[in-house]
Design a protein around this ligand. Structure first.
Ligand code: 5GP
Ligand code: ZN
Length: 110
């Protein structure tokens, strides 16, 4: 998939709206459109990479920044118990081929 028809690239450029939760130098965090847990935030690198493995090799600094952003969001929105999931590959459930981590938690802070 090219960056032109990538839904997360369009969210990053502002072409498609999303509920922004937090942002950092290399990543943004926004609410998942179809939340599966009381807390369900996507953490997405500003640069297009197909999945987290490619991001790790192509821009490790951006991956560290993304994990720090996700951890910050998780500690702000949850009691501190959360999952940080990167579905990688179609057979593993990846549907959007722009790297992203899911922050999910059953225990929101409030
Ligand atoms: P994946 O299945 O690739 O790991 O996760 C993709 C996630 O992106 C899904 O949880 C899906 O609900 C979410 N998603 C897909 N399209 C949009 C969108 O346009 N806006 C937002 N906020 N989330 C989206
Ligand atoms: Zn993209």
């Amino acid at each position: 998939m090219t960056t032109e028809n990538c839904i997360f690239c369009k969210i990053i450029s502002g072409e498609i709206p999303a509920t922004l939760v937090a942002e950092s130098t290399h990543a943004i965090a926004f609410n998942d459109i179809a939340p599966k847990q009381p807390v369900h935030v996507l953490v997405v690198p500003r640069e297009h990479h197909s999945n987290v493995a490619e991001l790790a090799f192509e821009n490790p600094e951006a991956l560290i920044d993304l994990v720090q952003l996700g951890s910050r969001v998780a500690s702000e929105l949850s009691t501190g118990s959360f999952r940080f999931t990167f579905n990688t590959g179609e057979a593993a459930g990846q549907t959007v081929f722009h790297a992203h981590g899911h922050i999910t938690s059953r225990t929101p802070k409030n």
